[in-house]
Design a protein around this ligand. Structure first.
Ligand code: NAD
Ligand code: DAU
Length: 352
């Protein structure tokens, strides 16, 4: 079996579902703390699948992690678990340090203890894949080339600083102890099961509810969007063939200003679910206060992954965003489950 951490979150949940869609795939032990971002409804279709074992717990719990590794004779760890939302990290960075830094440290230590006791051949086969972000590289000017794996780390938010710290720990555990690690740094994901505090699902749901579509600052900040299932296929490929100790950038070659993304969503909704008053959903766009320290531009150069491992994304932004909007229109039950009291509290705090 493999151990997936954070497998009830957005990307981890998609990864678990895609992995187990292959009937001959190895089983998954899914360790997730079930914070506000973790949602078992995402994994509902696996209820009767014996290859999926869900454990509620913390990656920072050394004893729990070590016992799971031993009990299930884990062959690989894919670490998605993290606090992942930049805005929440600005309101309260403590949890980000706790999970992303201290949690990753404890996880690495439990994995090291387990791995050290494996036979030589099992040691060689074992993998620790750490899922990270492009935000660790900082912000680009309009004319800078896209981030490559050799860009220096220049994190700007409490979130990206905590992820950068975790990446450094992973690197050091390879360099010092020989732990067989690989790190991936991916750009912005979107797709099914995305928690609606992030831009794309927030805009879809606010549009349908007749609420303002909040644009931070001038809306000209650029993100490089990747459909989540393409991120999952990249991780599978890296796990299969990535070189130990290496890092791989993952991205979709889809740089877009935020305002263009919001307009794209509005025009899809205008055709799939026209407003009764005949207006466009774009009429709900509202400019709000900017995010403190807001990074201006991210762009990922994913050519190493394509050149060395033959990976490229299957979706363009146009095909991926169409599928995503349709998914939110078709999955009201999942949406109702996540828009709980605590979600409403967050929206009130962030958008006043
Ligand atoms: P998410 O917030 O949707 O999910 C995180 C999951 O981790 C949740 O299920 C949560 O319950 C769990 N978790 C949190 N703290 C935990 C702990 N201490 N122990 C165990 N589980 C814990 O995040 P996501 O968007 O799915 O991101 C997954 C990973 O990918 C993160 O490491 C993130 O930094 C990285 N990443 C995200 C994006 C993106 O666009 N969302 C892009 C690149 C990289
Ligand atoms: O780049 C990868 C990162 O992408 C991941 O590491 C993070 O985990 C993930 O959350 C995401 O971070 P961003 O801050 O880029 O994503 P978010 O969806 O929060 O915001 C996308 C852009 O949209 C960003 O420039 C801020 C802007 N925005 C966001 C919200 C929620 C708005 O203009 N209005 C909003 O209401």
């Amino acid at each position: 079996m493999i151990l997936v951490t954070g497998g009830a979150g957005f990307i981890g949940g998609n990864f678990v579902l895609d992995w187990l869609a292959n009937p001959v795939a190895k089983g998954i032990v899914n360790l997730d703390k079930l914070t506000y971002a973790g949602n078992l409804a995402t994994l509902k279709s696996l209820k009767n699948d014996a290859r999926h074992i869900f454990v509620q717990g913390d990656i920072g719990d050394y004893d729990l992690v070590l016992s799971l590794l031993k009990k299930h004779q884990i062959l690989a760890v894919v670490n998605f678990a993290a606090e992942s939302h930049v805005d929440r990290s600005i309101h309260g960075p403590g949890e980000f340090i706790q999970t992303n830094v201290v949690g990753t440290f404890n996880l690495l230590e439990a994995v090291r203890a387990y791995w050290s006791d494996l036979s030589d051949s099992a040691k060689k086969e074992f993998r620790f894949l750490h899922v990270s972000t492009d935000e660790v590289y900082g912000s680009l000017s309009p004319t800078d080339p896209a981030f490559s794996e050799t860009n220096p780390y220049e994190p700007n938010s409490p979130y990206s600083a905590s992820k950068a710290a975790s990446d450094h720990l992973v690197r050091a555990w390879h360099h010092t102890y020989g732990l067989p690690v690989i790190t991936t740094n991916c750009s912005n994901n979107y797709g099914p099961y995305h928690f609606p505090e992030k831009l794309i699902p927030l805009v879809i749901l606010n549009a349908l509810a007749g609420k303002p579509l909040p644009i931070y600052g001038d809306g000209q900040q650029i993100r490089d969007w990747l459909y989540v299932k393409d991120h999952c296929s990249a991780i599978r490929r890296v796990l299969e063939a990535g070189k130990l100790g290496e890092t791989y950038n993952v991205g979709g070659w889809n740089e877009k200003p935020n305002l263009d993304v919001v307009h794209a969503i509005c025009s899809i909704l205008d055709s799939l679910r026209p407003k009764t008053d005949g207006a466009s959903y774009a009429s709900q766009i509202t400019y709000v206060k900017d995010r403190p320290g807001h990074d201006r531009r991210y762009a990922i150069d994913a050519s190493k992954l394509q050149r060395e491992l033959g990976w490229k994304p299957a979706e363009t932004f146009e095909t991926g965003i169409q599928k995503t909007v349709q998914w939110y229109l078709d999955n009201q039950e999942w949406i109702d489950g996540v828009i709980s009291g605590s979600y409403r509290d967050w929206v009130k705090k962030q958008y006043n």
